[in-house]
Each structure stands twice: as C-alpha cells, then as structure tokens.
Design a protein around this ligand. Structure first.
Ligand code: NDP
Ligand code: HSE
Length: 439
C-alpha cells in the first residue's frame, strides 16, 4: 500500500494535467494566475500536461516544453502530487486514473462517464492506496453537490434527488420554450460557449445526465446503479408545439434526472424530459443553470442551483478539490451508519400522469376509440385538448393528460394506439413529474 504524500503548506504542489481543453485550460489559467509562484499561501505549479495534439494553440500561456502526448510525464512524474484528469471518456481515462492512484498520487477529475462506469473500482483503488479521488466538477459544474453528499449530509437517509444536471439541454430547452428557437441552431450555440460534450449526443440523448445521476445515486444511496438499470430518454422528441400546449396546461418541459428510494419497490433512477408545473422552483431554472433538489430524512428538502457547465464554473469545482487535498481537508467520508443497498426498481412500475400528443383524423368517434384503448389499459383521462385543426388533411392535434397511471400500462396503450386507423401519428409521450406537496 503506497502512502500518500500530503504536501506541507509551504511546499509547492506539483499538478499534472491530463487534458488541456475547455476545462483544462481554465484550470491551468486559474493556477497560473492565482496559485503560481505569486501566491505564497497555496503554491501550485503545473508540472506536466498531456494532450492529443501538442501543436494545437492553447487558451492558456504555459511553457510548451511541459505539454506532450506522453501520459507518463504526468502519471510517473515524481514532481506531480495531484493528477487532474480533464480528458473525458472511459478510455484511456480509467487506465490513467487507476495508475496514478496506484502510484500514490491524489486524483481530481470532472469525468462523470468514467465515474459512472468504473467509479466503484476507482474509489476502491484510491482507498487501498490511501489517496484521495475527488470529483466535485463531475456533476453540476460549479455547484457544490458532491461535497455536501459526501460530508455534510451523511447523517441523513436520502429519500430522493431530483435534478436538472445537463447545462446544454437546459440551454436548448429554455431557448425553445422562450424563443421558439430551432434545436440545431441552439445546440451549435451551446457548443461554441463550451457547454457541450465533445460528442454532443451525450448531452442531447441523456447519457450525460445518466452518468451524473448514477454518480449522485452511488453517493446518496450507497448503491451501484448500472447503466442498464437507468431509464434514459433524451430531448430529440420534444417539439415547439409541446412547449405551447404544456404552457396552456400550466407546465414547462425540462430534462430531469431523478433517483428516488422507496423501501418497498427499491431505488428507481430515470432520465427523461418531463412536464413540470410552472409553479415549482425548477421551472425557473433556465439556460445553462443546473439545479439539484435533495430530500433527506433529517434535513428535509435542500436546493442547490448554479452554473452547471462552462470553463470557469467547472474550474471553480476542480480547484476546490485540489485545494481541499492541499489543505488536508476532509475527503470521502467513512460512514458508520450506511444503510443496506437498495434493490433496483423497475421503470415499469413507475406511476405518474402522462401527456400525449397525437395527430388524429378529424372525424366522429375518434376520441371514443382512443378513450377505449386507454380505458382498457386501466388509464383514466384527465383532460383533452383538440388543437390545430387542418381541414386540408382532415386532421387535428389531440393533447391528452391522463390521471396517474403505471408505466407498463401506458406503454401497452401506446402500442395499441399506434395501431388505430384514426391515429395518424403519436407525436409525443411525456411524463408529468409528481411533486410532493411542500411541508
Ligand atoms: P475538451 O474536449 O475541451 O478537452 C479534452 C482535452 O483532453 C483536450 O485537451 C484533449 O487534447 C485531451 N484528450 C482527450 N483525449 C485524450 C487522450 N486520449 N490522450 C491525451 N489527451 C486527450 O473537453 P472539456 O474540457 O469540455 O471536458 C473535460 C472533462 O470535463 C470531461 O470529462 C467533461 O465531461 C468534463 N466537464 C466538462 C464541462 C464543460 O462545461 N465543458 C463541465 C463539467 C465537466 P487536445 O486538446 O489535444 O485534443
Ligand atoms: N456537457 C455538460 C453539460 C457539461 O452540458 O452539462 C457539464 O458536465
């Protein structure tokens, strides 16, 4: 077991950066600007940097001779005490992080993908080597949420986490809702602002939120939730019309990531666009902002909100972890009262109201045939709107809000609805998030 060398306060701590992109450059800029040789309180020095293309122009002024493609210049460098992984992805990040930990180095990362897929292994390696693996920036960008779950809230049994944790999709949905903007134009804007992942499908299709909610669920519920066990839907199926109709009904649409524990059914983790009432605080979380609502048995409901992506907010979280290590603050807590892991609940048993938008033939008896399909699946209709009648095609939009129904029943009903002659298209099926009344 390699002993971790915690630097004395007066010593300069050598930082090795794996990645010098959007976030890596912001971290390097902050180190050079605030903690370089000019700051005697917390002296940090960037000793080595690993990138894919050392010739590329960088958004930070660093000695070019320390930038290379050689991972060992960081991982095996005796002058590096803390390795900061800001490359993203599972490979080679897992290999580089595990080798750094095994070599007795502390690691700070913003990489939710590797934490979701291999976090359990990496945390075990860190513990074996008595070094810290900190990852505040991996969820919620600049919002402190990992630290509170790791330390301040450990006396609680967490009951639920409900979050908007992808800045890119929240930015897109907000612009679609407020400006009727086109999906692809807004995505390009989010990319240019440095919010989006290298491959933005990770954001748009809900993978990024899935990785992040699994990281939060592991911490909050002490339960490994495999990717396959998390229900995931992205935002590609949400259309401008849905915002219009949702708003008439008193809702807006957000990409939610939710982990809810129930002693009987277990832990359900899900990512999907949802209608949320305009009256709840989450409805006003707009643009790149993220928000995380945590409910614990002792503390009640807590609310964390802030910039969820972007170079400087993310650098704030990364630097916070680095300084925590340098100053010898608390790392991962060891809890005496950890409850037994939860069973993993099935999405089939999830119960909520549904919003359905269908393009239907505008003729007598159509509504009755749709109501029969829903009734046969034990789904009760709450309200119906008929909109945008198109005389040329003899069609209309039908917007149905149901009463609470079981997911499996709704999926069965959807299959049957698609087979009805009168149903030209099933355009949208969105869940309505159930908010317990505030105590
Ligand atoms: P970028 O794509 O901007 O930067 C990635 C960096 O890693 C680049 O410098 C790249 O080198 C380097 N890199 C990638 N693969 C390799 C490899 N195989 N070997 C060596 N170097 C490699 O990503 P971001 O800075 O946006 O994101 C970094 C991490 O932070 C990710 O895990 C992301 O999920 C996370 N994150 C990002 C946020 C954001 O707002 N952007 C917010 C919160 C977390 P080169 O420059 O030569 O191509
Ligand atoms: N692409 C991510 C987002 C970056 O948009 O939230 C922050 O993790």
């Amino acid at each position: 077991m390699a002993a971790a060398a915690r630097p004395a306060r007066s010593e300069t701590t050598g930082i090795g950066l794996l990645g010098l992109g959007v976030v890596g450059s912001a971290v390097a800029r902050a180190i050079v600007g605030r903690h370089g040789s000019g700051d005697p309180n917390v002296p940090l020095t960037v000793r080595a940097v690993v990138v894919q293309d050392p010739q590329r122009k960088r958004a930070v002024d660093l000695d070019r001779s320390i930038i290379s493609t050689d991972a060992d210049s960081v991982i095996a460098n005796p002058e590096v005490g803390i390795v900061v992984e800001l490359m993203g992805g599972e490979d080679p990040a897992f290999d580089y992080i595990s080798r750094s930990l095994n070599g007795g180095k502390h690691v700070v990362t913003a990489n939710k993908e590797v934490l979701c897929k291999r976090g359990g292994e990496l945390l075990a390696i860190a513990a074996e080597n008595d070094v810290q693996l900190l990852y505040e920036a991996s969820v919620g960008g600049g919002i402190p949420i990992i630290g509170p779950l790791m330390n301040d809230l450990t006396a609680n049994r967490i009951q639920s986490i409900r979050a908007i944790i992808n800045g890119t999709t929240n930015f897109i949905l907000t612009k679609m809702a407020h400006e009727g903007a086109d999906f692809n134009d807004v995505l390009a804007e989010a990319q240019s602002l440095g919010y989006a992942e290298t491959d933005p499908t990770a954001d748009v299709d809900g993978f990024d939120s899935l990785y992040k909610i699994s990281v939060l669920a592991r911490l909050a519920f002490h339960t490994e939730v495999s990717i396959d066990a998390i229900h995931r839907e992205g935002i590609r199926g949400v259309h401008a019309k849905d915002f219009r109709y949702a708003s008439e009904l008193g809702f807006t649409i957000k990409l939610l990531a939710v982990a809810q524990a129930n002693e009987k059914s277990g832990l359900l983790t899900r990512v999907h666009p949802a209608l949320i009432p305009l009256s709840v605080p989450m409805a006003s979380v707009n643009g790149v902002l993220n928000a995380v609502e945590v409910e614990g048995d002792l503390v009640g409901r807590l609310w964390f909100q802030g910039p969820g992506a972007g170079p400087e907010p993310t650098a704030s979280a990364v630097l916070g972890d680095i300084l925590r290590i340098v100053r010898g603050g608390p790392g991962a807590s060891t809890r005496a009262d950890v409850p037994a892991p939860f069973d993993i609940a099935s999405m089939d048993d999830h119960v909520c109201q549904y919003y359905l938008r269908l393009t239907v033939a505008d003729r007598p008896g159509v509504l009755a045939s749709i109501a029969k399909v829903l009734g046969d699946a034990d789904i009760s209709i709450g309200s119906v709107l008929q909109k945008d009648i198109d005389p040329e095609n003899e069609s209309a939009d039908l917007v149905i809000m149901t009463h609470p129904a079981r997911e499996a029943n709704m999926q069965n009903a959807v299959s049957s609805l698609k087979r009805l002659d009168a149903v030209m298209r099933l355009d949208s099926l969105l869940r309505v998030e159930t908010y317990p009344s505030r105590s």
